[in-house]
Design a protein around this ligand. Structure first.
Ligand SMILES: NC(=O)c1ccc[n+]([C@@H]2O[C@H](COP(=O)([O-])OP(=O)(O)OC[C@H]3O[C@@H](n4cnc5c(N)ncnc54)[C@H](O)[C@@H]3O)[C@@H](O)[C@H]2O)c1
Length: 435
């Protein structure tokens, strides 16, 4: 099929490349000239495993091109809108102005029978509003909402082989569903579950999924606080409750908490939307989920100060990781970066390092001192904080690391190290909710 993807950030660049990989003829469009120039030259503007390979093969095949001109979308039969929906600073609500701008820019270029497909995560009600405008201004075109569930770090695999497909379609618009079936034929033939529903449900599926995941993480982090106060071990607790199939072990890892460009802003946007709907109490628990999550960052900073003997001033702290998760260079709302900045503000001499995220971290916080290698970051440190669980940090050898630091103290902010191995190498080891 002929496809356009409008917005080529973390979601759109992967989606455009994956659609071309599936054999479609794709144009990726973005207002950011530098991003488009880099993508057209086969260089993704961000780190995502597997993306350079499919981007290179798709551009070489001629099935994928890029443009900053929305008119380049005119030939497409299907238009995916994948622009950002950041948190609005004043209200916490999702800012849909980029979605609106992309949608209205696209309207004059829609061919007869074109299908506009929303991918961005939007407040419930957005699709119905845009469908009304479409019916009035381009009645020859239709709208569907097809939320995206990809995980950064696994984005290529998740896009090529999603664990489910959700289509929100207008009343009686079976044709939109069959067009999307055509787009995702490979996944559907592989048995991917597909849920065809209305706009509101499709929009809600995405934010409900993120709200549930955020709740699961904050739940185990709350348990880690109880564990710290009682001498219990939150990791064993998670293993034990995780054996219950109704609970499940995944996303039950206590640590510095969640971050990134989705979970924090999506739960805040969901709370704001519920309030607009007059449901002031309904999602109040998500406020507690958010607060528990942010408290984890402060808790790690407090533990660091405690381990440094009551003051961070003048002490050298090595922070391993700045991204919100491994296998990504994304530092949006990153707990690791927050912890580094907070300790620096307390007077510590912080040195951050990360395999992929340093450029983005320094773009946000040019005042941070960065080391390009773990070795350099560890050198002379009074305290080490493992803040993002990159494999390189999980695999650190406590004896070798011990020879580099000034003092053998580590806070394992992701509970991924073996406490016994680190302690027997002479380290003061502290996990989150681990005795
Ligand atoms: N990143 C993820 O893992 C992920 C996963 C699922 C859903 N989402 C959702 O997908 C959406 C995009 O997220 P992202 O992380 O890719 O954001 P992003 O900020 O990385 O990318 C958004 C892109 O849209 C472009 N853009 C803005 N206005 C435009 C316009 N009028 N025309 C063309 N391009 C325009 C921006 O220049 C930017 O490149 C958000 O709603 C997000 O919640 C993201």
């Amino acid at each position: 099929m002929r496809i356009s993807v409008i917005g080529c950030g973390y979601l759109g660049a992967v989606h455009a490349s994956a659609m071309a990989e599936l054999g479609h003829d794709v144009v990726g469009i973005d207002v950011d000239e530098r991003k488009i120039a880099a993508l057209a030259a086969g260089r993704p503007a961000f780190y995502e495993p597997g993306l350079p390979e499919i981007l290179a093969s798709a551009t070489a095949s001629g099935r994928l091109r890029f443009s900053t001109d929305i008119a380049a979308a005119a030939d497409a039969e299907v238009h995916f809108v994948a622009v950002g929906t950041p948190q609005s600073a004043e209200t916490g609500a999702a800012d849909v102005s980029f979605v609106d701008a992309a949608f209205f820019a696209l309207l004059p270029h829609l061919a007869d029978g074109a299908l506009v497909v929303g991918k961005s995560t939007v407040p419930v009600g957005t699709a119905a509003r845009l469908a009304e405008r479409l019916a009035a201004e381009a009645p020859h075109a239709r709208l569907a909402w097809n939320p995206e569930f990809l995980r950064e770090g696994f984005a290529v695999k998740d896009t090529l082989s999603p664990d489910r497909l959700v289509y929100g379609i207008g009343a009686g618009d079976g044709h939109a569903a069959s067009v999307l079936d055509h787009v995702y034929r490979a996944a559907i033939e592989a048995g991917t579950p597909r849920i065809v529903t209305d706009y509101a449900t499709a929009e809600l599926v995405k934010v409900a999924a993120n709200a549930f995941l955020a709740t699961k993480i904050s739940f185990i982090n709350a348990m880690s606080e109880i564990a710290d106060a009682t001498g219990a071990d939150v990791t064993a607790l998670a293993d034990a409750i995780g054996h219950d199939a109704r609970i499940g072990r995944r996303f039950l890892n206590a640590g510095v908490g969640f971050g990134g460009g989705c979970l924090p802003k999506d739960i805040r946007g969901f709370i704001a939307r519920a309030e607009e709907l007059g449901l002031h109490d309904t999602l109040a628990f998500l406020g507690a989920v958010d607060e528990t999550n942010l408290r984890q960052r402060r808790r790690v900073v407090d533990l660091a100060v405690q381990d440094l003997g009551g003051t961070a001033a003048g002490r050298k702290v090595a922070v391993l990781g700045v991204t919100f998760k491994p296998d990504s260079d994304d530092v949006r709302d990153s707990p690791a970066l927050d912890i580094a900045v907070s300790l620096q503000e307390l007077g510590a001499e912080v040195v951050v390092t990360d395999p992929e995220g340093l450029e983005n971290a320094l773009a946000r916080r040019p005042d941070l001192r960065a080391a390009s290698t773990t070795r350099e970051a560890l050198f002379g440190a009074d305290l080490v904080i493992l803040a993002t669980e990159w494999n390189e940090y999980r695999a650190l050898d406590p004896a070798a690391a011990g020879r580099l630091v000034g003092e053998r103290r580590i806070i394992d902010g992701r509970n991924v190290l073996d406490p016994a191995a680190w302690r027997s190498a002479g380290w003061h080891y502290r996990g989150i909710g681990r005795p």
